[in-house]
Ligand binder design. Sequence first.
Ligand SMILES: Cc1cc2nc3c(=O)[nH]c(=O)nc-3n(C[C@H](O)[C@H](O)[C@H](O)COP(=O)(O)O)c2cc1C
Length: 333
Amino acid sequence: MQTKLSTLLNIDFPVIMAPMFLVSNEAMVTAGMNSGIAATFPSLNYRNEGELEKMLDALNAEKGKIRAKGTYGINLIVQKTNPLYEKHLKICVEKKVPFYITSLGSPKQVIEQARTYGAKVFCDVTNIEHAQKCYDLGCDGFIAVGQGAGGHAGPYTLQVLISSLNHHFPDKIVIAAGGIANGAGLLSVLTLGAAGASIGTRFIASTEATVSNEYKKAIVDSHMTDIVMTDKISGTPSTIINTPFAQKIGYKQNWLERMLSNNARTKKYFKMWVQISGMKKLEASIHPGTYKTLWIAGQSVELVDDILSCSEIIERLKKETKEAYQKMQALMN
Ligand SMILES: Cc1cc2nc3c(=O)[nH]c(=O)nc-3n(C[C@H](O)[C@H](O)[C@H](O)COP(=O)(O)O)c2cc1C
């Protein structure tokens, strides 16, 4: 199945395995590439000295061997509060990462650096205002992050956001993110005018993910009603499973936290502190046997019923998309 996304990235099937903090790993990305999609990971999953370089060397070696047309990309949190941003960007450019997904800030530097060797840049956007800034800087396309997505979900439905992005920026590729976990979901966003889908939550329940079995089981057992938004992880609203621990710590910052994150003098350092302590809480949650569970997941948990290997998930998606297309054709006759 060819779309503008699969042509641009030279892949078989227009799906991105979305970057997931603490979840994405080498085995998942390699499996994604070998199944003909674009698999990604956040650079922040490799924070220790030398780790990111090693991961990129391994992926570049794997990319040279694979038979399917798959690729990999990296997610950079381009916020000023990410202390590793510039260091990671430099490493990625040296290793010639094929494409980038930027989130939470200005993609200016990433676009400039990617252009030096022809890499592509997609920017996470949740509204037209931010998309306009990315457009003006010359991005290749947008990841339209809609309601109910895992992580920093947007406030708008994909029906409205994709259509509006296509209307405002007809020359750019739009990729849909949020709530897509099966072939009908993928077909629906293609119908809306997206060139592909970025899928996260479904891949947490994969054999390759190195998170605890409790987390994977929670993805399988939870329903859309179990997903809530919290400010407690990064200061930006994020979707999590409504576990007893999440309820205990609450979902909203208190007045003092809000004041510190709005005050011009304290803002940067307070946000950094919130993010570092949020990262520590998330890190504790992926290990087995903890009751302190802060599990990021989107509303598509409703659609996930089993733990499969990444390649099984992708093969099923391909099959379901064809079936959904045939059903739609039958409906229209
Ligand atoms: C566990 C988890 C961690 C995530 N971490 C990141 C991240 O580090 N950077 C990022 O840009 N997006 C992150 N996301 C968002 C995904 O990249 C993607 O936009 C989202 O998963 C798509 O929605 P879906 O989960 O409904 O498929 C994360 C999502 C999940 C579920």
